[in-house]
Design a protein around this ligand. Structure first.
Ligand SMILES: Nc1ncnc2c1ncn2[C@@H]1O[C@H](COP(=O)(O)OP(=O)(O)OP(=O)(O)O)[C@@H](O)[C@H]1O
Ligand SMILES: [K+]
Ligand SMILES: [Mg+2]
Length: 679
């Protein structure tokens, strides 16, 4: 769970950010940021006055005009730099991902069965390609034949190979990963430009970054404040002329820039980008900033069991016959039930039977029809041409199935299934016709460290609910072992959705983590859907986040980052607005001191001259932006505590700090300016 991505801020990124800061001066780009656009207009006006001091009539001090226009330019560059720096890391990652994509070739099956070598970019949905040892998988797909070890480090940063095989939840492969043993046939599942790698590149590049609802609300507030201050500054002109004071235009511009919320306006987009970036540092790909912010307010988390809380490689580990049935008979029928079952569970049944000495002739599929497993029926099986119907499946589903056919459930079945379930295993009941023969014991293990992590979520005030298609006993064992607050067993896909909807109806924000195709609708319904990277493509597409390490508790980091993002934005807004107090005391006396000597009383900072006062305030206003870049990028520290406590604490620190810091800063700059004899 450490930082696996190469996410350090190196010299190259900083250098590129400096260059980008200048490129972003383009007014068309600047227009996206209304607060900084006002500063840019101010810069153009003061630049004009630097060249033609009398442009607007009257006289004005050229040196002063130049000083103000330079500071304004620097202010804009600082804001641009913060955004460019936040974008830089993502861009560097995108570049390395793009390299993975370049020049990949694919072995495409033609209609005649021959293979043609084509560019990976030519592949379309439905194409079938062969991927052999040491080949890069050309694009996203589902394995339809073969089993292979795949190195996914290009995407996940994790070097341990993973096994990919057809059927079940481990069939999806990602373009850009590499087959390191054996071969697989895959059917392409994404059209050009829409693969997971493409989406990742878009995301980390920030190409698809849209403002979140929170950001839009804050931007609206910032624009309103800007308009109010614009009004304040313009009404100063008639007031001043009434008392026979002419206010230099440069000074009015300086006052306006000092009062409008440039600090938060300059850092707002950096805060958002850095938040998304921090999520990426934890190896989670977030499809939108909105999802990250929603994570900050999550109340409930719904987790799927198999493949999410457990490793998900449910393997047959024993065949347990009911009374009156021989072991050999059960073994044989268990295999017959799985002849067409391409899920890992199904194949593991055959493997176990082979180990127990099953003869190959039992594997003959001639004249048989497969009944595929679905999450709805929770059964799979085989129909033989002689009329035999073999099934295996979840205990409750089989019970219904047997009763429908007028069969009887053996007395000892329940004790066998209970034994398996109490051990945390999944029992699959095997039937022939309307007779129950025994139980297949599917073993699965809980991923390590779950309990501690769920404890942590509890401290954050978040409820965890495991939602599984498995029986209540298995569910309860795994729920206890993993340490979730609650569980729902025998859940069908629509049950998972209705659980989420119920919570949402109570006004709660819900996160869902899952891996299977049957989880996809629920992942889409949840406010935050976190899919496991080991999961199916359907799950990953429905979710708005993918955890590349397939660790469901990663949601903790995402929640913390979401909270941190909202707090950072709030803290810097408070700080930015609180700064204005000191700026009033610096600039207003400076503007009127000559005409109204009594104004001196307001010059509580005892600034040297009116000009040095204005320049000091303006310089402070500029340099506070780069000084706060580290905080904007790293986020304010998050410690789990109640929301109201957190708000009070932040108001105190950033509100009070925002009032006091500029008094000190402006005074120091004023002293420095006097020493340097610039003003
Ligand atoms: N190949 C199979 N053949 C027959 N029955 C199966 C097969 N795989 C699973 N089952 C049964 O169907 C139930 C539901 O399986 P599924 O994998 O859909 O669960 P789920 O809803 O994804 O929940 P979870 O993943 O948390 O266990 C399982 O508990 C098991 O009893
Ligand atoms: K300002
Ligand atoms: Mg599942």
């Amino acid at each position: 769970m450490s930082t696996k991505r190469n996410g350090t801020l190196n010299k190259e990124i900083v250098w590129k950010a400096i260059k980008d800061a200048f490129k972003k001066l383009d007014p068309r780009i600047m227009a996206r940021n209304p607060v900084m656009s006002v500063v840019e207009i101010g810069f153009v006006i003061t630049l004009l006055l630097s060249i033609l001091p009398n442009f607007f009539g009257g006289t004005s001090d050229r040196g002063y005009n130049i000083a103000v226009s330079v500071i304004l330019l620097v202010t804009i560059l600082f804001a641009n730099f913060s955004e460019a720096l936040a974008e830089g890391r993502g861009k560097a990652q995108a570049d390395s991902l793009k390299k993975t994509k370049q020049d990949t070739k694919a072995k495409l099956f033609q209609k005649d069965g021959y293979i043609k070598i084509v560019d990976a970019t030519e592949l379309r949905k439905g194409d079938i390609v062969l991927v052999e040892t040491n080949d890069l998988i050309p694009t996203d797909g589902d394995v339809i034949e073969g089993v292979a070890a795949v190195d996914e480090s290009a995407i996940t940063g994790e070097s341990a190979p993973v096994i990919k095989e057809s059927g079940g939840d481990f069939c999806s492969v990602t373009g850009g990963t590499k087959v390191i043993s054996d071969f697989i046939k895959i059917v392409v599942t994404s059209d050009p430009g829409e693969s997971f790698l493409d989406r990742m590149i878009h995301l980390v590049e920030g190409a698809k970054r849209q403002k979140t609802p929170n950001e839009i609300a804050l931007s609206t507030l910032l624009v309103s404040l800007t308009l109010i201050f614009l009004l304040v500054c313009t009404t100063l002109v008639p007031i001043a002329s009434y008392i026979k004071v002419t206010l230099p235009i440069t000074t009015l511009v300086a006052l306006l820039v000092c009062l409008i919320p440039t600090t938060i306006g300059g850092l707002l987009s950096a805060i958002g980008i850095a938040g998304m970036d921090r999520v990426t540092q934890f190896n989670v790909i977030a499809m939108s900033g909105k999802a990250v912010e929603a994570a900050g307010d999550i109340n409930t988390i719904i987790l799927d069991k198999t493949g999410t809380i457990t490793h998900g490689n449910r393997m047959a580990s024993a065949f347990l016959p009911v009374k009156g049935i021989s072991q050999a008979k059960l073994n044989k029928v268990a295999v017959h039930s799985s002849l067409h079952d391409e899920t890992p569970e199904g194949r593991s049944v055959i493997e176990l039977a082979k180990k127990a000495g099953l003869s190959d002739k039992e594997l003959d599929k001639a004249g048989t029809v497969g009944i595929e497993f679905t999450a709805e029926t929770r059964m799979s099986g085989t129909d033989f041409s002689d009329g035999r119907k073999i099934r295996k499946g979840a205990a409750d589903s089989i019970r219904q199935y047997i009763q429908q056919q007028g069969g009887k459930v053996p007395g000892d079945l329940e004790s066998i299934t209970n034994e398996v379930a109490t051990a945390g295993g999944t029992p699959l009941v095997v039937t022939e016709g309307n007779c129950v023969l025994g139980v297949i014991y599917l073993k699965d293990t809980v991923k390590p460290g779950m309990r501690e992590r769920f404890d942590e979520l509890r401290k954050m005030g978040i409820k965890t609910v495991m939602c599984t298609g498995d029986n209540p006993l298995t569910a309860s064992t795994i729920a206890k072992e993993a340490g979730v607050d609650d569980f729902i067993a025998e859940a069908k896909p629509e049950d998972k959705i209705s659980v989420i909807k119920q919570e949402q109806a109570q006004g709660k924000l819900v996160a869902m983590t899952g891996d299977g195709t049957n989880d996809a609708p629920a992942l889409a319904q949840a406010d935050v859907g976190l899919a496991m990277n080991t999961g199916t493509i359907a799950a990953k597409e429905a979710a708005n986040m993918v955890d590349l390490d397939s660790d469901p508790t990663k949601i903790i980091e995402v929640v913390a980052i979401g909270k941190q993002l909202l707090m950072t934005r709030g803290a810097l807004t408070t700080f930015s607005i609180a700064n204005d107090v000191a700026k009033y005391f610096a600039i207003i006396p400076a503007m009127f001191m000559l005409a109204i000597p009594q104004m001196k009383a307001l010059n509580i900072m005892n600034l040297a001259t009116p000009q040095s006062a204005i320049l000091s305030a303006l310089i402070f206003n500029a340099i506070i932006i780069p000084l706060l870049i580290p905080l904007a990028m790293k986020g304010v520290k998050y410690v789990p505590m109640s929301a109201s406590k957190l708000l009070k604490k932040n108001l105190f620190i950033y509100g009070l700090g925002g009032v006091i810091v500029p008094f000190i800063g402006i005074k120091l700059i004023d002293i420095l300016l006097v020493m340097l004899q610039v003003a």
